[in-house]
Design a protein around this ligand. Structure first.
Ligand SMILES: Cc1ncc(C[n+]2csc(CCOP(=O)(O)OP(=O)(O)O)c2C)c(N)n1
Ligand SMILES: [Mg+2]
Length: 346
């Protein structure tokens, strides 16, 4: 296994297989979540990361257990790669008390303070100020910690993105900004919403060193992230990676995808991170068919255990639903059985 604080990637058989395994865990977890969604075991929003796995996996290799991570609502992959147990994640998807956010967060709000995983945030660009705040606290308190902040290219059109990058650069904060540029923000193509489509240039305009990375290549991501994290740890201030990628599925679970051609999606699938890296491992003699089958069987067993854990989990009692919920102008009270109708989503 690689030393997480090393600035260089050392590729051996174990590490190469580890990268594939981590990407496959994410892929299979999400495919299963999509099935469970159609079975109505998982409800609410569900944004799949399928196609983008190389970014979370590549970056996470470079962080230590002390580092911090903040992400968007498309964060199942980041949580798994960070080491949150699949059982706790699946229970959270179900809304069960045994989930990592005690069933209160669901897919978009995975959280685990012990593992330095500070969400899971539903508000586009809302996590960037959070990352800058963590970085500022670390700098003021003299902690040797890096905060990795993952967000989509849609965030670069928000004011919070620029305010955050400005302050991070001005105060030389230990933050790694990772833009996952998948070319679309919901149904809006990047060139239809932003005049500057090279997101890394926006970071450069704030005097942050920025790099464009092939986000479909896990090794390219890890190499770039190692370089960036080493510079941050050396006190050089923030770094920015624009990882070019593509989501293979709909934005969320309901999306007719009328805004993009099927041929475009197919072309990107051919560049998929699992497909490419899998072939490469085989050709390089680093993983044979039997080895791959063993990895896949392990993941299926892990997944089955996670689903069983979630199924066996418990629902929070209705009486407790208003616990820890603060509504301005009203006092917190316990819910009664009469309150438990269908939620009003207007
Ligand atoms: C401040 C804010 N505005 C609008 C939305 C609605 N919204 C949810 S996801 C999304 C698209 C974001 O796209 P991007 O940042 O590229 O991330 P991706 O979904 O592609 O990973 C939008 C506009 C929101 N959640 N927050
Ligand atoms: Mg996007």
């Amino acid at each position: 296994m690689n030393d997480r604080s090393d600035s260089k990637l050392h590729l051996n058989r174990d590490h190469a297989q580890h990268l594939l395994r981590e990407m496959l865990r994410i892929r299979r977890f999400e495919e299963r979540c999509a099935e469970l969604y159609t079975e109505e075991k998982i409800r609410g929003f569900l944004h799949l990361y399928i196609g983008e796995e190389a970014i979370a996996v590549g970056v996470m290799q470079c962080l230590t257990a002390e580092d911090a991570v903040v992400t968007t609502y498309r964060e199942h992959g980041h949580a798994l790669a960070r080491g949150l147990p699949m059982t706790h994640l699946m229970a959270e998807m179900y809304g069960k008390q045994e989930g990592c956010s005690r069933g209160r967060g669901g897919s978009m709000h995975l959280f685990d303070v012990a593992r330095g995983f500070y969400g899971g945030s539903a508000i586009v660009a809302g996590l960037l100020p959070l990352a800058v705040g963590l970085g500022l606290a670390d700098k003021l308190q003299g902690r040797d910690r890096v905060t990795a902040c993952f967000f989509g290219e849609g965030a670069a059109a928000e004011g919070e993105f620029h305010e955050s990058l400005n302050l991070a650069a001005l105060w030389r904060l230990p933050v790694l900004f990772v833009c996952e540029n998948n070319l679309y923000a919901m149904g809006t193509a990047l060139e239809r919403s932003q005049a500057e489509t090279h997101i890394y240039r926006k970071a450069q305009s704030h005097r942050i060193e920025a790099e464009v990375v092939d986000g479909m290549d896990v090794l390219a991501v890890e190499v770039a992230a190692r370089r960036a994290v080493a510079a941050i740890r050396a006190g050089e201030g923030p770094r920015f990676l624009e990882c070019q990628t593509y989501r293979f599925r709909a934005h969320s679970m309901f999306d007719a995808q009328l805004y993009r051609d099927k041929a475009e999606v197919e072309a990107w699938k051919q560049k998929g991170p699992l497909l490419r890296f899998g072939h490469w491992l085989e050709e390089a003699g680093l993983l044979d068919a039997a080895g791959r089958a063993r990895i896949e069987a392990d993941i299926e067993a892990e997944l089955a255990a996670a689903v069983a854990f979630a199924e066996a989990g418990t629902w929070e009692p209705i009486e407790d639903l208003l616990k820890d919920v603060h509504t301005p102008g009203t006092s917190t009270r316990s819910l009664t059985r009469e309150d438990s109708g269908e939620p009003n989503l207007d």
